[in-house]
Ligand binder design. Sequence first.
Ligand code: UFG
Length: 336
Amino acid sequence: MSVLVTGGAGYIGSHTAVELLNQGRDIVIIDDFSNSKPEVLENIRKITGKDFKFYQIDYSDRKALENVFEENNIDSVINFAGFKAVGESTKKPIEYYINNVSGALVLFDTMRKYNVKKFVFSSSATVYGEKNPIPYVETMETGKASSPYGSTKVFIEQILEDIYKSDNEWDIALLRYFNPIGSHESGLLGEEPQGIPNNLMPYIVRVACGQLKELSVFGGDYDTPDGTCIRDYIHVVDLAKGHIKALEKLEKERSGIFTYNLGTGVGYSVLDVVKTFEKSTGQKVAYKIADRRAGDLPAFYANATKAKEELGWIPEKTLEDMCRDSWHYIEMRSKS
Ligand code: UFG
């Protein structure tokens, strides 16, 4: 029996693939390399000493996907395929809805055809929208997301709710990620956005290594202790382990749809991250306070109790670990 990991060469997918292999599971990875590189697969093999089957396909290519289900004994799916850049999604909503929503529907239809009904979905804290108070709790109404990217997460969660209502043989976990950063401690896997990064940590590491001049801290006048935005940063390895716990829960349950926040429950400001990065890596991060970025919320973080109580998932890595590991990956890349 194998776990199908879609988008398994990507940032979170590759870290999750490592944890699945470390558990002794068989996995099959599909990825179209639209935002990842083939060498990631080699690095997954290097870290784990294990092999797996790989198909270079687009997950919305029905024929190619059916072939994967034909050729393998798949009994569960973890879906990381999809576009994820918030800013880009406002410029290319059609591409985002086609790839994320239509792609997911092809996947669900194919799963149904092959009677595979265990599914773990990478959702996002963005589904809580702008109106909910913090910390976010799973029972809150999901809101109107602030970007097409966020809307794709809201829609897919809704689609999965409907699928479960129509056929409660499905076992579904909706995992709402907060802000994943960090990388595998080996330095072999990490986050490498193409072009100028939009997210905070990829930007910080590029300033630290001299590729970018300075970080613009978006907004210094928010109603927060130091005036900068607060987020719940979560180490990608902890996040990956959350998927394993969720999958184990689905394997134990007869059926259900379960939602979990995957965050630490602790908020840090942008300046906290900059200072912690400097302290834990010894690298200087030049920054200036700039205008607010449209669409940013002043502060959000998780109520992380449910995942802890029901899954036994407790994030172990500190903000120092996250900063150090993010930097280690870049150092290793510059040496290779
Ligand atoms: N930031 C800067 N300068 C930068 C980049 C980011 O100051 O160059 C700040 C942002 O203003 C924000 C914080 O750093 O306060 C984190 O920003 P990111 O872009 O790293 O992450 P976001 O919180 O904007 O994004 C997260 C998730 C998305 C989700 C979104 C919803 O990564 O998946 O929240 O708001 F959709």
